[in-house]
Design a protein around this ligand. Structure first.
Ligand SMILES: [Zn+2]
Length: 155
């Protein structure tokens, strides 16, 4: 199975964009712009189910058929939580960028509504950097994603 860990990470040229991101439990992340991202609730629900399954497993007799079933259930829930965490990280990175990123210059980090010249193009009013809006956003998304990965201790 292919996972995100299989993709080699390559160092990228610095964009100059800077964002402080604080990772927490109450909110998933708080950026230096004061943006809050909440932890997805479905993840907490799955974590509760996993904990219950682990408690149930602990009560099963070794070598029993019921214990084997309980092990499979715990493993499936672990995989589910892992998928949900990764999905949440992707969505959080995208949300960070959508709110700031379509208006944030990928080169100097200047954020202004005026940076988004048209739907297709972005032109920074501070440094004059011009790029296709999607390319500019992609650079910002990558930066936000890498910041999230570092903050999460690399999932
Ligand atoms: Zn700029």
């Amino acid at each position: 199975m292919l996972s995100c860990d299989d993709v080699p990470a390559e160092p990228l040229p610095a964009t100059g964009a800077v964002a402080g991101i604080d990772m927490g439990v109450a909110s998933l992340a708080t950026t230096s712009d004061g943006e809050h991202l909440t932890n997805p609730r479905h993840l907490a629900a799955s974590a509760d189910r996993l904990a219950a399954a682990q408690r149930a497993l602990a009560r099963k007799k070794r070598g029993s058929k019921r214990r084997r079933k309980a092990v499979a259930r715990v493993a499936a829930l672990h995989a589910k939580v892992r998928r949900q965490r990764l999905d949440g990280a992707h969505k959080a990175a995208l949300a960070l960028v959508r709110t700031g990123a379509s208006r944030t210059c990928a080169r100097c980090g200047h954020s202004a509504k005026e940076n988004r010249a048209t739907q297709a193009d972005s032109a920074c009013t501070a440094c004059g950097h011009t790029a296709h809006a999607d390319v500019n956003a992609a650079v910002n998304i990558l930066g936000a994603g890498l910041a999230l990965r570092r903050a999460a201790g690399a999932a």
